[in-house]
Each structure stands twice: as structure tokens, then as C-alpha cells.
Ligand binder design. Sequence first.
Ligand code: FAD
Ligand code: DHB
Length: 390
Amino acid sequence: IKTSVCIIGSGPAGLLLSQLLANAGIDTVVLDRKDRAYIEGRIRAGVLEQGTVQALEEAGAAERLHREGLPHDGFELAFDGDRHRIDLAGLTGKTVMVYGQTEMTKDLFDKRTAEGQQFFFNVDDVVPTDLKSDQPSVHFTHDGAKIVVECDYIAGCDGFHGVSRQAIPADVLKTFERVYPFGWLGILVEKPPLAHELIYANHERGFALASMRSNTRSRYYIQCDVNDDVAQWSDDRFWEEFATRLGPETAANLQTGPSFEKSIAPLRSFVAEPMRYGNLFLAGDSAHIVPPTGAKGLNLAAADVRILHRALVAHYKDNNDSLIDSYSETVLRRVWKVERFSWQLSTLMHQFPENSEFEKRMQRAEFDYLRSSEAASRAIAENYVGLPLD
Ligand code: FAD
Ligand code: DHB
């Protein structure tokens, strides 16, 4: 099989790239080791930056998003019951959109499928080869058959556990990592959200986040031991802990009910450099992970893809490779800024077992400073709504 760009991974990054390239008349083949139903069913991110929404508009996959998504023009930070609103619209002129990763993925799958995209699902033994040559290829097994895709470029959109990053020689690849000493226990419940806006709370018993997927469906999280088993967390235990951390005033509006999804995610900061090796490009979680505080993971993946799309269009339409040559540098400069923001907000909002009373006072002082300083609040706001592409 021959194509222009072989995309490994059919998560949000791979799907968005495939759609943007298709709109520019550039042919792709997309493969994934899972199938569509599995990928769509993964409960993950829920907040889209304006730039991500714009990318979906450019992709032509934003119609349902504008119908069903919830625009948010602010969110709240809470410390031991005291609250501070970050007025995103007032401080930046921009807003964010609550729309689940599941929904965004479904919209992109629908459009790619309707347009006849060539997908291979449930593939195995994926190997990207000849990365330094003009004719790289991707080898894999599908339905027992060995398949080779010959292409000009390979896009490694295969997430943190994919093969693309591993295809870069060890003496070239440099990685940076911080693992946090706790996880997030998240639940979905078919009840209206307890507030119109998201609330991120730091309480002496740990972090809590009140988020949502729609006006009738809530997404709630609490900081937990990363080694906890979800079976240890009955719904009752979750509700009690969640309400305690939000404080009586906020929790007064909480409507509890049976959860229909419950999972624990570890928190990690990770960056791999470079994000290009020969004719292989990394985009999204294959190259970097952020802790979820601030909702940047999906948005960062979308920003990588927009930058990569721009570079590939310049190559195919204008015969200009300068954006391809600067891809890794351009994208990493932005990646590190988003890593910094996610790390900062995570550090501010969680209880760290190793923290002394001094660090706890530092967290409280930073919160008090945010409450007293529009400049400090704006710095949070401009990161939260999304930094410019470059
Ligand atoms: P992925 O979504 O991981 O997609 C990669 C795709 O590649 C997958 O479909 C996978 O099956 C496929 N693949 C893997 N290996 C191979 C292979 N060898 N060959 C072929 N295909 C392969 N972000 C937020 O902003 N907010 C959140 O609340 C949030 N919660 C999260 C919770 C969890 C449990 C996780 C894991 C992530 C969460 N994230 C969150 C992060 C966000 O979901 C990711 O940043 C986003 O999915 C990245 O998209 P991606 O397309 O780069 O990678
Ligand atoms: C959600 C997740 C986040 O990490 C965040 O900062 C905001 C919202 C969510 O899943 O709804």
C-alpha cells in the first residue's frame, strides 16, 4: 500500500491530523492496535481550548460541538473553603468549551469514515522503518496478514505506550520525567453538575475537581493513593470524601447518584526530545504527558497536530520544507510551556506527602496572591485558555 502520510494511532491526534490533511488533499492511512468502539469509549479529557475548537472547525467536525458543547468563561480555585474565580473571558477575551474527548473522537471518526478514510484496526507488530530514507514504511499484521505501508512521512500519534517514540535510536532520544506521588480517582454520574463552572479544590485531605460533560452529566475527581484499587472506593466513600474536600457550602448543591464509570489515573510529567527523527514525527501523548490539572493533555496533542499539519501542507503545496525542518523545535518550545503550567497548577492544588508546613504555607500564599492580583490571575487564565501556536 502506498500513501503520503502513514498515521500510527487513531486517537484524537491521529484522527485530527488525518482530517486536516484530507481537507488539504493529502492522502493518509491510519492504523490502531484497538478498534473504533474501544477508542471512542475511553473516558478521558473534557475541556477544549479555543484553538482546539478552531482546529475542529477547520477540520469541518465542529457542528455537533457547537450544538452540544458548553462554553465556559471562567472557573474557580478553592482552598479550604475559600474560593477565587478566574474570569477567563474578562482576563483574556477567550473562553473554553466543555466537550468530551469521547464526543470529539466520535465526530472525527464519523467524518473520516463518511469520506472513505482507509483505517486498519486491531493491528499488531507495528514497526516503523527506514526513517532516515526518502521511502520510510510501516510494517504491521492485520487479520493474520502482513501489511507494508510505503509513505513519504510517518506520524507517530500512538500515545504514551506506542512504538513510534521507541523507534528513535536511544542515543538520539532524550526523555524528561516527573512522577507524582498520587493519582486521580474519577467518576461519571448522570446528575447535573453541582456548579455551572469547574471548581478545583485543595483541601488538607487532598485535591478535588468538580467538572462535567453536559448539563445532566457530571465528572468528579479526587486525589487518591496511586496504588488504590477502584474496588476500595464505593460510591458512598467517594461522595463523602468529595463533599468533605469541597466544603459544606459548595457540597450543599451536590446531587449524588450511582456512578457509571470509575477509574484511577496516575499523574506524570514527561517529555521526549526530539519530536522528529528523519521522516518520523511524534505528536501528542507519544511525545509528552502532562498531569491532568488544567486539562492540557488533549489540547496539547491538538496543537502539535496543527503545527505538523501546517508543515506538511507547506511541503506538499508550496514545496517548502522549512516548517518540517523546524517542527521539533517549534513544537517543543510550546510543549515545555504547557508542561510548566500543568506542573505549576498541579503543585499548587495537591497535597504532597513530602510537603512540610513551609510548602503548605507557600501553596496558601500563592492562592492568596492570586486572589489579590489581577496580573497573577491573568497568567493562570492565559495558560488555561491556551497559548498561541508559536
Ligand atoms: P491517545 O489518545 O493515547 O491515542 C493513541 C492511539 O494510539 C490509541 O488509540 C492507541 O490504541 C493507539 N496505539 C498505541 N500503540 C499503538 C501501536 N503500537 N500501533 C498502533 N496504534 C497504537 N487530558 C485532559 O486534558 N484531561 C483529562 O481529564 C484527561 N484524563 C485522562 C485520563 C487518562 C486515564 C489518560 C490516559 C489520559 C487523560 N488525559 C486527559 C490525556 C488525554 O486524554 C490525552 O492527552 C489524549 O488522549 C492524547 O491524544 P493522543 O491522540 O496523542 O493519544
Ligand atoms: C477535566 C479534567 C481535567 O484535568 C481538568 O483540568 C478539567 C476537567 C474533565 O475530565 O472534565
